[in-house]
Structure formats: C-alpha cells, structure tokens
Design a protein around this ligand. Structure first.
Ligand SMILES: C[S@@+](CC[C@H](N)C(=O)[O-])C[C@H]1O[C@@H](n2cnc3c(N)ncnc32)[C@H](O)[C@@H]1O
Length: 236
C-alpha cells in the first residue's frame, strides 16, 4: 500500500489524505478490523509467495520503513536493543531491521497465516535470529515484555476499525503497550487514520511525544496536510 492510500473510509479531515479517516469522529466498523480478514489476506499472500516469491504489500511503502530505521540510526539506538513489531504482517520490516544489524527483533501478529508468511520470507532471506509469535496484542502473553522499542505500522489503525467495541479495544491496546514497553522505551507509530493531535490524545496516559517524523504532504480541494502521521512516543 502506498502512503496516503485509504483503508478507513470516510471523509478526511484537514490533516489526512482524502478518504482516509474517521467519519463524524468515529471509525466506520469494517472487516479490516477483524482477525478473519487479515488471516484470509495473509493466507492468499502466503500462497502467492510460495508460487511466485512475491512478498506482498508493504503498508505505507518502502519509505515508511526507511523513515523508522533512519530515526533509530539518528538516535543511536543500540543494535542489541530489543525491538517488537506489533502486527508484523508479512514481516518485511523485521527483515529490514535484521539486515540493518538489529540482533534482538521480534514480530507478533494475531494471524497465524501472517506469522507463517513472515517465517517463510525470513527463511528465504537466510536470517535465523528473528523471533516470531502468534499473539493477540490486545491480550499479550506475560512473556511479551521488556522491549526497548515497539513499532506499529497500520496495526492500531486496523484495531480502530474493529466492529466490536473499538473504543474499548483502543484502550486495551494502550494498556498492552504500557505492559510490554520498558520505562523510557520508544513507541514508533505510523497511521493513516489518525492525525497527530488524535494520536497524542490516544496515547496521553503514560506516554509523551518525543518527535514527529516528517511524512509526505498532500494538497487536495484547497486543503493540505499530511497523508500519514508518524510519531515517536516515549514511555514515561
Ligand atoms: C495494516 S496491516 C500492517 C502490517 C504490517 N505492520 C506492515 O506494515 O506491513 C495490520 C496488521 O495488524 C495485524 N493485527 C491487527 N490486530 C491485531 C492484534 N490485535 N494483535 C496482533 N496483530 C494484529 C493484522 O493481522 C495485520 O497483519
């Protein structure tokens, strides 16, 4: 998926790309917020990978991965820092992190097909030290803890679309994040469905904004803004 592409539906506000965002202050519930949807997506992508070697969609494009790695480089995050990719999908970002030199990388996803696909891609890349687990981040196992860095690219967005009490699920997400991230640890989130201000509000309890990462600007119908928000929070 390219930056600015829509999977939220609704009329965008000033800081979103057209079509990406909540309607009337609340998200339109969608299949995109369910495990069944993602499991079907990654089952298909796994088959495509097995047949053609195509790794599938990189959400928000290659640039979204470079942006995060550049930030980690700029802030001299040690290569042995523990990094968790929340809702890793095809795990391509895990591969990028490991290739960059990060040695303690974990990817979780609640879709078993996503984890199977990630495992196949990682194996093909010849990388052996990446940890993968099927985990629902809204109900993480006690083993999932003590991370220096947590990454979210599109997962909080997907959870926000859950047809079954998304408000409660978002709260659970923030609680899980507090549990798995170390004090002073960093949380790097990329979202196309929430503006910077909305994310600041969502993560106001226990987290503070450390940095806003520059993302491409759009201009449409006399309005302009960022199609994607990329923020770094620090756990207080
Ligand atoms: C938009 S995709 C993004 C995938 C990946 N982060 C990327 O950038 O390509 C959202 C991902 O979040 C996963 N996901 C959604 N809700 C989750 C949950 N509660 N626990 C774990 N993974 C979840 C989905 O299975 C899917 O892989």
């Amino acid at each position: 998926m390219n930056e600015g592409a829509d999977y939220g539906g609704g009329a965008g506000g000033a800081a979103r790309s057209p079509g990406c965002g909540p309607e009337g202050g609340g998200f339109v519930p969608s299949a995109l917020g369910t495990r069944e949807h993602w499991d079907a997506v990654y089952k298909r992508e796994l088959q495509t990978f097995q047949e053609y070697g195509d790794t599938g969609e990189i959400w928000f494009g290659e640039e979204s991965m470079t942006r995060l790695i550049r930030w980690m480089q700029k802030h001299k995050i040690p290569l042995d820092a523990s990094v968790l990719d929340i809702g890793t999908g095809n795990g391509v970002f895990l591969v990028e992190l490991a290739k960059f030199g990060f040695s303690d990388v974990t990817g979780i996803d609640y879709s078993p097909s996503a984890i199977q696909l990630s495992g196949s891609i990682i194996e093909k890349e010849g990388l052996s030290n990446i940890k993968l687990k099927v985990e629902d981040f809204l109900n993480p196992s006690t083993k999932l803890s003590g991370f220096h860095i947590c990454i979210d690219k599109g997962t909080f967005d997907a959870i926000s679309l859950n047809p079954d009490n998304a408000i409660e699920k978002r709260k659970q997400y923030v609680e899980s994040l507090s549990r798995v991230l170390k004090v002073k640890g960093f949380f790097l989130i990329t979202s196309c469905n929430w503006t910077k201000e909305e994310l600041l509000d969502e993560f106001s309890e226990g987290f503070e904004l450390f940095e806003e990462l520059p993302t491409p600007k759009f201009s449409f119908g006399g309005r302009s803004g960022n199609s994607v928000a990329a923020l770094v929070f620090q756990k207080t």
